[in-house]
Write a protein that binds this ligand. Structure first.
Ligand SMILES: [Zn+2]
Length: 338
């Protein structure tokens, strides 16, 4: 962790006094929570890009997001103190980096819940991680392009070669250097045990052809396919693939541009257009056997609080510690009584 002192980051302001110097950073108390600073600073940046545009109301919502975090302070079994989030307000704006991150943790926790059940019910089945892409499009054509990909997905799943008995699919959009958009699908497919040795096995070339036909395009799209190794040391490989399926739908760096101090017009325009284009599009879809397992989880309201990086849901019994977001120094600082 880079050496960061509160006094350094506040020195530019008039607020430096002995009280503030004694304040403690969240990342000092709990290095595993350092991400809060990074994500919250990105959310500020997204808010700034929305300000004064048609999405001004979103700027206001993001402004109110995760400003105060209340953690329970627990001592873990290994004697190491651990902070567990107890309460916070989340804006739930789709493009808010804090909320995107929390949502990816929720999906991670869901994966931890349903995977053991699937593996128990279908111990011999295997998984494939598939990435389906198309050529970059103009950001103004993103919705239409994703619509075409969704239609192609329906076609591909109806083909007789389609090998999966269950699937999870998420949409990720990355930003091209020329401010184009690159939408692609991350898919986790569940196949029967004989798939890899059988006549239904599909090579990378077969998958490319199948996706090309389903997309009804003239060029060969880039397709990546990987078998998820059967479990030996727990479910780590499968989890890796699942987590890849549920990571950010848009990388924070693509949302905010170069993250320099000034607001760049093209960053603003890209974000505005992205927001309009993604309105009412679905981030994650499921089908077949896996849909059954995720059905209940899908209906639950998302609890963005009681999740952590380990994919575990956790409740704290310890005393409360409060951290407030300090926009100027880009850190969460511990609230003290003075
Ligand atoms: Zn938020």
């Amino acid at each position: 962790m880079p050496e960061t002192h509160v006094s350094d980051c506040l020195q530019q302001s008039d607020e430096v006094n002995s009280t503030i110097i004694e304040k403690v950073l969240l990342r000092q108390v709990s290095p595993r929570d350092a991400k809060w600073d990074d994500r919250r600073a990105e959310s500020d940046r997204v808010r700034d890009l929305y300000r004064g545009t048609i999405y001004d109301p979103l700027a206001e919502r993001i402004q109110g997001c995760s400003g105060r975090l209340e953690f329970g302070y627990d001592i873990a079994q290994d004697g190491i103190p651990k902070l567990k989030l107890r309460s916070a307000f989340f804006c739930r704006v789709r493009t808010c980096p804090v909320c995107q991150w929390r949502r990816s943790l929720v999906w991670r926790a869901k994966a931890f819940q349903f995977l053991p059940k699937v593996v128990e019910a279908y111990p011999k089945h295997r998984f494939i991680f598939l990435t389906l892409t198309v050529k970059n499009c103009q950001i103004s054509d993103l919705k239409e392009t994703i619509g075409k990909m969704n239609k192609a997905w329906i076609r591909i799943t109806k083909r007789k070669q389609w090998p999966a008995v269950g699937w999870i699919r998420s949409v990720e959009v990355t930003r091209g250097k020329d401010d184009s958009a690159h939408p692609h699908f991350h898919c986790l497919l569940m196949v029967e045990s004989g798939y890899f040795a059988g006549k239904n096995y599909l090579s990378q070339a077969n998958w490319t052809q199948l996706w090309k036909e389903s997309m009804q395009i003239a060029y060969d799209p880039i397709v990546n396919v990987q078998a998820v190794k059967p479990k030996k040391n727990g479910d780590q490989d499968m989890l890796g693939a699942i987590l890849e399926t549920f990571k950010y739908s848009i990388k924070p760096s693509d949302l905010i541009g170069d993250n320099e101090k000034e607001i760049k017009e093209n960053d603003k325009e890209w974000l505005i257009e992205l927001t309009s284009q993604l309105h009412k599009t679905r981030a994650v879809a499921t089908g077949g056997i896996l849909k059954e397992y995720l059905k209940d989880l899908d209906n639950e309201p998302e609890d963005l609080i009681h999740v952590n990086e380990d994919g575990k849901q956790e409740e704290s019994t310890g005393i409360s510690v409060i951290f407030d977001w300090q926009q100027r120094c880009k850190h969460y600082l511990m609230e003290t009584d003075e």
